[in-house]
Design a protein around this ligand. Structure first.
Ligand SMILES: *Cc1c(COP(=O)(O)O)cnc(C)c1O
Length: 455
């Protein structure tokens, strides 16, 4: 075991160290080599060293270099050094974090991480917090709490009786709602299309003056950080109105909520703290390894009611039982990395991470504009949408940039216009990375626009 783990650490280090010199996208060769894994199940055992060697030799080159410093696709953070190392140790522990008696350390770290999270995200304590796989699952959990609360108020026990025959719930979302909220509604029996879409402005923000009438059977889903533009719904207008009507406000703040951790950007999350539930990710802007999402509910009893269940073998003490706050029972101790990230960064380090990535995004926007390209969004946080001309040209440029390999950014369509979407979410990105990527983007775009292709 000792030799295996040391050799594996050496491999991991070589992998990370090599990221700067390789193409961000894996080569076609590396992907083709994955064929080597298409072998029959071995009849006998294999030495663990050989298993890891195969994994490294075939697997490492076929990764996308999202752990590196020039990956700007989707909204994808890297993993802070302390979180990678803490994750390794926690994997060696092999703790089941679902039940406090199964892992006092996992339960403790969740409690500490929870307290720190509410502090840096400027959310009210004491909320109920669940450590889930991702923001999609956090949206699911937050909306499950909402469903419970609104139906309980009408005398309907949804956990016991289900949604068939239940009093109706109205759901309001913005036109630019993230699909993960729709997926959550779909799995909760609230329906993917059974909602009212509120009109939005050119940045994707809900127009507060176009909200439908709200009442105490309504869930209003608002957004902190649009996945394309990074824009924030006007929570300081929407939340007080919704609360006066008795509606439940749920916030999808997968990455945007973290803007609150930087004093320079905290004004963006003004009013969001008045909501009833929040969903966010730690694996995006906090830069912890996958998978790590967080649900926060103002009144913990609603989250507990949505998920907790009893069994004779589950003996309860005074302590917070982690599985009362999540859909899962058994799960890994993902609070470990959230704790390690916050413990290693501190309040200032986290603020710098948010500020630095926003500054990088602003530099991308400025550089691309100076080169003559259209930036489609107001760059308020870490997201930039750039058009290189018509849809076909923009798509060709994006493909050429991905193939060139210095960096990687993906395509999106923003309110009818095809764009390259740049998201700067990694702790590892430096000024130099931004300049190097900008130079590559502009050079490749010029070649494509001029020549209709790239040599
Ligand atoms: C990324 C994202 C999600 C979904 O997050 P996952 O962690 O991939 O489930 C939801 N909402 C917004 C705004 C996002 O950016």
């Amino acid at each position: 075991m000792n030799h295996l783990l040391k050799a594996t650490a050496e491999r991991a280090w070589r992998y990370l160290d090599g990221l700067d010199d390789r193409s961000v996208a894996p080569s076609a060769d590396a992907i083709a080599t994955l064929r080597r894994l298409d072998e029959p199940l071995p009849e006998g055992p294999t030495d663990p060293q050989a298993v890891v060697a195969l994994l490294d030799e075939v697997g490492s080159p076929a990764t996308v270099a999202t752990a590196g410093s020039r990956y700007f696709g989707f909204v994808v953070g890297g993993a802070l050094p302390a979180t990678v190392a803490a994750n390794w140790l926690a994997t060696a522990w092999d703790q089941n974090a679902g039940v406090a008696a199964l892992s006092p350390i996992a339960a403790k770290l969740e409690e500490v991480a929870m307290r720190w999270l509410l502090d840096v995200l400027r959310l009210p304590a004491p909320c109920g917090v669940g450590f889930v796989t991702c923001a999609t699952q956090a949206n699911f959990a937050g909306l499950a709490a909402a469903r419970h609360a609104l139906l309980a108020r009408q005398g309907w026990d949804v956990e016991k009786l289900g949604v068939f025959g239940a009093p109706p719930i109205t759901v309001v979302v913005g036109e630019e709602v993230h699909v993960s909220v729709l997926r959550a509604l779909m799995t909760l029996g609230l329906g993917r299309d059974r909602n009212i879409r509120a009109p939005v402005d050119g940045q994707g923000r809900i127009r507060a003056d176009s909200l439908p009438p709200l009442d105490d059977t309504t869930i209003v889903c608002i957004q902190a950080g649009n996945v394309n533009t990074g824009a924030f719904d006007p929570a300081d207008e929407i939340v007080p109105r919704a609360k006066t009507a008795g509606a439940w406000v749920h916030v999808d703040g997968a990455f945007g909520l973290w803007a609150g951790a930087a004093p320079s950007h905290a004004h963006l999350i003004r009013g969001f703290d008045g909501a009833d539930s929040w969903a966010t990710d730690a694996h995006k802007w906090l830069n912890v390894p996958y998978d790590s999402g967080i649900v926060v509910v103002r009144e913990p009893q609603h989250l507990r009611a949505a998920f907790s269940i009893t069994a004779p073998y589950l003996v309860r003490g005074e302590q917070r039982e982690p599985e009362d706050y999540t859909p899962e029972f058994s799960r890994r101790a993902r609070g470990v990395e959230v704790w390690a990230a916050l413990r290693s960064l501190g309040r200032e380090g986290l603020a710098h991470l948010i500020e630095r990535t926003c500054r990088h995004a602003a530099r991308f926007a400025q550089g691309l504009r100076a080169a003559g390209y259209d930036v489609l969004n107001d760059v308020v946080i870490n997201q930039v949408l750039v058009s290189f001309g018509d849809a076909a040209t923009t798509r060709r440029v994006i493909t050429a940039i991905q193939e060139e390999g210095t960096c990687w950014a993906g395509a999106s369509v923003w309110q009818g216009r095809t764009a390259m979407r740049i998201s700067v979410s990694s702790w590892a990105t430096t000024d130099q990375d931004v300049e190097r990527s900008l130079e590559a983007m502009i050079r490749v775009a010029a070649q494509v626009v001029r020549g209709g292709g790239r040599d």
